[in-house]
Each structure stands twice: as structure tokens, then as C-alpha cells.
Ligand binder design. Structure first.
Ligand code: IMP
Length: 437
């Protein structure tokens, strides 16, 4: 068994949670490497429906070690609430869960700064999830962040907090004209979180590398998606972390030579939450049909997701920047009953044809997608587990997705439940296909 990174190839919400849940059955360790409680993964199994924001969904398997890596930003309040919700549903959280000492904390002022800054941007707002993600990463890069490990050292934590509040309160009160934060109140609140979390905080770099040396199987769970990545996404309409496969190394302390393959998760169509360009967006009845059938509402904020046709340019770019070895295509069943389907093969802007992802936001915002039309299928694919039995048109559609993405499909999801899945190959066991595309 190898070590596998699972990434989103679009703008997040591709269904990574379900895919990670299936693969976690064969993994010894599952580690989250970036993002924070902006993520929302839904997993449906025979017991219940579980929504994850921070904790890897591998926690549902006994004997799987679940790690929050150093690249994640941790909101302790959200984490404790998630632990409580999972424990109330009978999920065991003990020695099977570890948080990196090096992960950065989200503090209440991060959310306040984000809220005030989004409001002041007006129509140029990013449409963030409001979880304080961007300001926490900004502090990390500015070297004024407070880390999870600092919770275990009250005097250090207090000094850092005191220093930060001088500047933060100035911004909040003078620039944004909102209330600042009291040192003592935040300090006491976080010391309470420290009490609850201290048993889970550890050196995850040593733990992970030891597991790899012992030939254990590690699954690196990405959040958001390639086009929300701070470097490769539709900047500035992105999240503030490295959501691509490269983030798995910096976000965990595992070197690239230790990773065997990267699996890209892609929806059979495209969705996006928040602001920013979306060339294949459908604002008509076809788009609302996808939204309704696909239950396209954010797992974190409940916001409706914008929906559109499958975009081959987006996913081909994701194949490149992540070095994808294979794809998992999700929500194929949502396309059931569409008479015809379109797939985007390029963008046209001011007489120029783009086959590769343009970095220029203006091009992306103003371009016309170039479409190819394929025949839809009338018989339902919901719950199908055999590729052979798929309608011929669905097979043709999937072949075209593979061609456009430049990457072979390993898994096809035909419903939200674990067993509503077609597994052509298990990407955890096929080490030789590494860097095939
Ligand atoms: P932030 O990550 O809260 O800063 O939000 C930045 C952008 O990323 C916004 O457009 C969000 O809607 C989007 N975003 C963040 N997390 C997710 C996710 O898990 N799924 C989809 N979109 C997300």
C-alpha cells in the first residue's frame, strides 16, 4: 500500500469526504494538511450522516490514526464542538486523534477582522466562509501567529496575545469602528480550550514519518480545491492555503519522495461557492436543476452553490499542478435525465482561444466557454456499482472527461452512500501508476 494525496480539482465541494471515507478503510493514518473549519465534508454511512470540518473523516474507522497537520489553521471552539457532535453519535476520539503543535490557531479577532474587511470591500468581497481563515494565515506569514503548541505554555500564549491585541484592536476600533478584544477574556477562553485539547497535541512530523518508515499507509486529505489554492486558483477569489497536492508536504512535514500518488476528485459538473469567475456557470433552469438534484448547498455555511457544466480546462490544469495519477468522478447520477450535456474544451476571449487556464482574471471573467455537446442518458445511474451496466452515453461522457482532464478515472460515485460507488482500481494499491499523466 502506498501513500496517497486526495485533492479537489475544481472549486471545492467535489465530494472528497466520501472518497476519503472509502479509501480510509485501507489506510492506517489520515492527515488533513491545510485549510480549517471553512471545509465541510459530509459522510453518509449505515450508522448516520456525519459532517466534518476539521477532523479527518477517517475517525469513523477504528484503528485509523487521524491527524490535523501543521498546515491547518485550528479554531479550537469549532474543533471542540465537532468532537462533541461526533462523540454524541458514538464516535470514539482518544488516542486515534492528534493535532500538530505547529498548526496555527484561529482567534476571535481573526473572524472580526475578516468580517469587517469583507464588509468594507463591498461588491469586491471574496465571499469567504467567515471562519477567520485568511487573517490567521496572514498572521502566520507575518510571523505573529499563535500556534496550537503555545496553548500549552500559558505565559508565552499570553505575551503573544497581548502583543497582537495592541495592533488588532487599533485596526478594529480606529479603522473599522467596531469593538476590540479584552486580553483577559480571550486568554481565559483559550486556556479553557487548552485544558480540553492538551491530550491531543503532539509532534505530528515525527509520528507521520515514523508511520511511513514502518510502511503504514497514509492518506493526505486535502480541503477546498485546486482553483481555490492561494497560488494556482482564481486569485484573489481563493482561500488562503495551499490546497494543491504540494500543500500535503508543507502541511505535514512529509517529503515529496514519500508520496506515491495523487488522486484528484472532480464532480461530473462544476460548482462554486462565493465570488469569483466561473466560465461555465449556468444561471438558467439547467443550473438550478443541477443545484436541486445535487443538493448543492454548502456543508459549512448552507449557501447555495453556483452550478455549471463540466470544465475540461479547469480539470486539465488540476492534473498538471497536482501531478494527478488518477481521478474520482463524483455525482454522476445528478446528470441522469439530462437530454444533452455540455463539456467545456476551451475559452474564447477577444478573438483568442485559450486551451490552458489563463491567470488573468479579466479573461476568465469575460471569456466565452467553447462547448462540445454530448448525448445524455435516460436510465438512472443512482447507486450503480458496475461500470459495465452504466448506460453507453454515460460511459462516453466519462471517456470524454478522462480525455479532457488528461487523466484516467479510478473511481465513479453514483450516490452519497459508501456503497453507491464504482471502483475501477483502488488508487491506494496501484503504486506503479504514479505520475502516469
Ligand atoms: P475562506 O476560505 O473562508 O477564506 O473563503 C475563501 C473562498 O473559498 C470563498 O469563495 C469560499 O466560499 C471558498 N471556500 C472556502 N472553503 C470552501 C470549501 O470547503 N468548499 C467550497 N468553497 C470554499
Amino acid at each position: 500500500m502506498g501513500n496517497l494525496v486526495v485533492v479537489g480539482t475544481q472549486w471545492g465541494d467535489e465530494g472528497k469526504g466520501k472518497i476519503v471515507d472509502i479509501l480510509a478503510r485501507d489506510a492506517d493514518v489520515v492527515v488533513r494538511y491545510q485549510g480549517g473549519s471553512n471545509a465541510g465534508h459530509t459522510v453518509v454511512n449505515q450508522r448516520a450522516t456525519f459532517v466534518f470540518h476539521l477532523i479527518p473523516s477517517g475517525i469513523l474507522y477504528r484503528g485509523t490514526l487521524c491527524i490535523i497537520g501543521n498546515g491547518v489553521v485550528v479554531d479550537p471552539e469549532a474543533l471542540i464542538a465537532e468532537m462533541d457532535r461526533l462523540q454524541a453519535k458514538g464516535v470514539k476520539i482518544g488516542k486515534n486523534f492528534v493535532i500538530s503543535q505547529r498548526a496555527h490557531l484561529i482567534l476571535p479577532y481573526h473572524k472580526a477582522i475578516e468580517k469587517a474587511s469583507e464588509q468594507s470591500r463591498g461588491s469586491r468581497r471574496i465571499g469567504t466562509t467567515g471562519r477567520g481563515i485568511g487573517p490567521s494565515y496572514a498572521d502566520k506569514m507575518a510571523r505573529i501567529g499563535i500556534r496550537v503548541g503555545d496553548l500549552l505554555n500559558p505565559s508565552l500564549f499570553r505575551r503573544k496575545l497581548e502583543e497582537n491585541l495592541v495592533e488588532i484592536n487599533w485596526f478594529l476600533e480606529r479603522l473599522y469602528k467596531v469593538d476590540g478584544f479584552q486580553l483577559e477574556k480571550v486568554f481565559q477562553q483559550y486556556m479553557g480550550y487548552a485544558e480540553r485539547l492538551k491530550g491531543y497535541i503532539a509532534d505530528t512530523v515525527t509520528l507521520l514519518n515514523k508511520a511511513i518508515d514502518e510502511k503504514r499507509t497514509v492518506l493526505f486529505e486535502g480541503a477546498q480545491g485546486t482553483h481555490l489554492d492561494v497560488d494556482f486558483g482564481t486569485y484573489p477569489y481563493v482561500t488562503s492555503s495551499s490546497a494543491v497536492a504540494g500543500g500535503a508536504c508543507t502541511g505535514t512535514g512529509v517529503g515529496p519522495t514519500k508520496i506515491d500518488a495523487v488522486l484528484g476528485v472532480t464532480k461530473a459538473y462544476t460548482t462554486r461557492v462565493g465570488s469569483g469567475p466561473f466560465p461555465t456557470e449556468l444561471t438558467d433552469a439547467v443550473g438550478s436543476g443541477l443545484q436541486e438534484r445535487g443538493k448543492e448547498f454548502g456543508a459549512t455555511t448552507g449557501r447555495p452553490r453556483r452550478c455549471g457544466w463540466f470544465d475540461g480546462v479547469l480539470v486539465r490544469y488540476a492534473t498538471k499542478v497536482n501531478g494527478l495519477a488518477s481521478l474520482a468522478v463524483t455525482k454522476l447520477d445528478v446528470l441522469d435525465g439530462c437530454k444533452e450535456l455540455r463539456v467545456c474544451t476551451g475559452y474564447r476571449h477577444e478573438g483568442r482561444l485559450y486551451r490552458e487556464m489563463p491567470a488573468d482574471l479579466q479573461v476568465l471573467t469575460e471569456c466565452q466557454p467553447v462547448y462540445e455537446t454530448l448525448r445524455g442518458w435516460s436510465s438512472p445511474t443512482t447507486g450503480m456499482t458496475s461500470y459495465k451496466k452504466l448506460p453507453a452515453e454515460a460511459k462516453r461522457y466519462l471517456n470524454r472527461v478522462e480525455e479532457l482532464a488528461g487523466c484516467p478515472i479510478d473511481i465513479i460515485s453514483t450516490g452519497s452512500k459508501r456503497d453507491q460507488t464504482i471502483i475501477l482500481r483502488n488508487p491506494l494499491t496501484v503504486r506503479s501508476r504514479k505520475r502516469q499523466c
